[in-house]
Design a protein around this ligand. Structure first.
Ligand code: F42
Length: 151
């Protein structure tokens, strides 16, 4: 599937080993392996962004929260006090690849707030209940982006 050339740049693997392995195994198996969060059986997708500081290609496994062709991209980072680094990549350039199965597709994401976020937040917690604990752990509002339906 054709995508913007920037996604063909140098790959910058995650500094977290389990994350790097998940992203690499997911991609190497066309989404048939490493597609759940450890032993939870809960499905995972992989988002690709470009580092806004380094220009490196970043691959970010995320819980799969899908509704009518749109995906929620939740910057929980386990309830850490700061947003994940990839949050800043999206704010600098909302064009991403999303892989949910064999092939990634290119799309754009938008940050949602207020009532729209509340509606999506319910779907996120429904899909992965720890999100609620993560939000309770931090006073930052966990950012939720929504991806546009593949064209
Ligand atoms: N993280 C979530 O936030 N939400 C989820 O739903 C989620 C699910 C999930 C499922 C499986 C799995 O294996 C991991 C999962 N994670 C989830 C973890 C997620 O994949 C990320 O590892 C996590 O969100 C942290 O993202 P991060 O971008 O902070 O990654 C760190 C560890 C990292 O690799 N940092 C890099 C580094 O070298 O320190 C830099 C990353 C980066 O994009 N840097 C930018 C650049 O220019 O290169 C600059 C970013 C900036 O800070 O300005």
């Amino acid at each position: 599937m054709a995508h913007s050339a920037k996604f063909d740049g140098t790959y910058g693997p995650s500094t977290w080993d389990w994350v790097r392995e998940q992203a690499d195994d997911y991609e190497a198996s066309a989404g048939s392996e490493a597609n759940t969060l450890r032993d939870t059986g809960l499905p995972v997708i992989v988002m690709t962004t470009v580092g806004h500081k380094t220009g490196l290609v970043r691959k970010v496994p995320l819980m799969r929260v899908e509704h009518e062709g749109e995906y929620a991209i939740v910057g929980s980072k386990g309830g850490a006090p700061a947003h994940p680094g990839w949050y800043h990549n999206l704010m600098a350039d909302p064009t991403v690849l999303i892989q949910d199965g064999p092939e990634p597709f290119e799309t754009t994401v938008r940050l949602i707030t207020g009532a729209e976020r509340d509606e999506w937040w319910e779907r996120c917690v429904e899909a992965f209940s720890p999100y609620a604990e993560y939000q309770a752990k931090t006073d930052r509002e966990i950012p939720v982006f929504i991806s546009a339906r593949p064209s």
